[in-house]
Design a binder for this molecule. Structure first.
Ligand code: PFF
Length: 448
């Protein structure tokens, strides 16, 4: 049964599977544009505080629930308390919303890779190139289809066949390359203002939206509040050190996001003089700024660009595979369809659901719920609405229904729980209160 669900091999185990899911476009594409938009240093500071508090406690809770029940999210919550089965279902809705639009961005990555491979890297650095591309009706959909196809093929063939091994090499290479690009970026003329903007918090830029955006990003980046870590926890061996593994994943994931920010935010200042409009580019920021960095570095930069997008594609694929795997296994467990049929169905469903997000920058740009583009709207619903709700309910569930002791005992199976106090305080008091406060103020903000 487990084999059929294509779980990651035990040998490489939990850390690898979880890190593969966690490190993806969220780190390289999403984190930098949010940091640029929400005030740089203040966003970074809030994010880091949330990583060591909310992120740590929630990831420990989810992984422990999975390992304790040996079930994926849909069954796990229900097994611990029948009345909370709905939470498993609610959590499962999140990857279903994220997966389609994630593939739209994945398609953009494939496009940029093809641009660099065909030697047109200089054209990609021109103003308007990105907007011109995403505004077209057909081309982005073709690249989306390629990306969804690759993801589906990997999920269908099973994750053990090469993907694991390949990304074990690719991920560290990506980290080193990103570091190289970051060093190049921060040494460009004018980039120093960007470094300051990114690292020094300006408290006058603080708002509830900063916290909501940082919180949504945290959940997204660490694949939390959507049942994924529960599922991966069920793959974890009882003798593995749960707390240490969580810390390692957090460190790697946050490190990657930090470096990606360093590579993009200072470059925005260097290439645009740091005007607010450039910082507010939103979802397109990486695709607009990085080509300028690569072009600036001459021929070598353009080769670098090609290699870079290969690695980004890999990081994206390991994440979208985990997204699709989750969706496929939910349907398989529920309806007992064959793997081939389920994969095809999810692939076609994903393509259809992704169409509005892809067309939202051109044909459908007149549809702008709450002022968002369609892709940003789905992103907002999952990250800033659904995930905080799932996270809140998970805290209530762990803190007051099954009680924190159940989770703490699970953690202690292999080693002492060093941050037990922090865990209890965050899960029982800090996280639930803050999430409600943030959610209410930002909904009022968005409506008002
Ligand atoms: N954590 C991934 C990233 O940062 O790119 C995105 C993601 C993967 C979200 C898998 C959800 C998920 F189930």
């Amino acid at each position: 049964m487990e084999q059929k669900r294509g779980k990651f091999s035990g040998k490489i185990g939990f850390i690898f599977a979880a890190a593969g899911s966690a490190v993806g476009l969220g780190n390289i594409w999403r984190f930098p544009y949010l940091a640029a938009k929400y005030g740089g240093g203040i966003f970074l500071l809030v994010y880091l505080i949330l990583v060591v508090t909310f992120g740590f406690a929630l990831m420990v809770a989810e992984v422990a629930i999975g390992r304790k029940t040996q079930l994926s999210a849909v069954g796990a919550f229900g097994k611990l308390n029948q009345k909370f089965s709905f939470l498993g279902y609610l959590a499962s809705v999140v990857p279903m919303i994220i997966f389609p639009y994630y593939c739209v961005i994945g398609g953009w990555v494939v496009k940029y890779l093809s641009v660099y491979v065909s030697g047109q890297g200089l054209a990609a650095a021109q103003d308007g190139f990105f907007e011109g591309f995403i505004g077209k009706p057909v081309e982005p959909i073709l690249f989306l289809a390629v990306y969804v196809g690759i993801t589906a093929l990997i999920v269908f063939l099973g994750v053990q066949n090469g993907v694991e091994k390949a990304s074990k090499i690719m991920m560290p290479v990506l980290a080193v390359l990103a570091l190289g690009v970051a060093v190049y970026s921060v040494t460009r003329p004018g980039a120093l203002d960007g470094v300051k903007y990114y690292l020094i918090p300006d408290f006058s830029r603080f708002s509830p939206m900063t916290v909501l955006a940082a919180m949504g990003q945290l959940f997204y980046s660490m694949s939390l509040a959507m049942g994924i870590m529960v599922t991966y926890g069920s793959y974890m061996k009882k003798e593995d050190d749960l707390e240490k593994s969580v810390k390692q994943i957090e460190l790697f994931d946050t490190g990657m996001a930090f470096v990606a920010g360093m590579m993009i935010v200072p470059a925005v200042f260097a290439f645009s003089g740091g005007d607010e409009a450039a910082l507010n580019k939103g979802a397109g920021l990486m695709f607009v700024t990085l080509p300028k960095v690569f072009a600036d570095a001459g021929t070598l930069g353009l080769i670098f660009g090609g290699v870079f997008f290969v690695l980004v594609l890999f990081a994206a694929l390991t994440s979208s595979v985990s997204l699709m795997e989750t969706v496929v296994s939910i349907f398989q467990d529920k309806f007992h369809w064959s793997r081939k049929f389920t994969c095809t169905l999810v692939m076609v469903g994903c393509l259809l659901l992704a169409l509005p997000s892809s067309l939202g920058y051109g044909l459908l740009s007149w549809i702008a719920p709450l002022g968002f583009s369609l892709l940003d709207f789905f992103d907002f619903i999952s990250n800033s609405v659904l995930m905080p709700i799932v996270a809140f309910l998970t805290c209530i569930f762990v803190g007051y229904i099954v009680k924190t002791k159940a989770v703490e005992d699970e953690v202690k199976l292999s080693s002492p729980f060093k941050r037990e106090k922090l865990f209890t305080v965050v899960i029982k008091y800090l996280a639930p209160v803050c999430i409600v406060l943030i959610l209410v103020t930002s909904v009022l903000d968005a409506l008002g």
